[in-house]
Design a protein around this ligand. Structure first.
Ligand SMILES: [Zn+2]
Ligand SMILES: [Zn+2]
Ligand SMILES: [Zn+2]
Ligand SMILES: [Zn+2]
Length: 87
């Protein structure tokens, strides 16, 4: 079966997020996700899909690892640094 991302190479892996089968080059073995999904994952936990960006460090963050901050979000680390972490 061909890779469903590049459509060039043989697919050897299955993405745990979208279920696409992808080749070695389009797969992140540590995270078990394809390259497309890797870009949409939370950069804090690396397991849930991101819902936005931290307004301070610009990392993508999921709902669990971020808190509302004004009109945007802060990742939990920046929130802790700013002293606005929800208890
Ligand atoms: Zn590929
Ligand atoms: Zn995927
Ligand atoms: Zn997360
Ligand atoms: Zn941050």
């Amino acid at each position: 079966m061909r890779c469903q991302v590049c459509d060039e190479l043989e697919a050897h892996h299955k993405c745990r997020v979208c279920g696409r089968v992808v080749c070695d080059l389009d797969f992140n073995k540590e995270l078990n996700v394809c390259r497309v999904c890797e870009a949409t994952l939370c950069q804090v936990c690396r397991s849930r899909l991101a819902v936005g960006h931290c307004v301070n460090c610009a990392r993508t963050v999921c709902r669990v690892d971020s808190v509302r901050f004004g009109l945007g979000r802060l990742c939990i680390e920046c929130a802790a640094a700013f002293g606005v972490l929800r208890r």
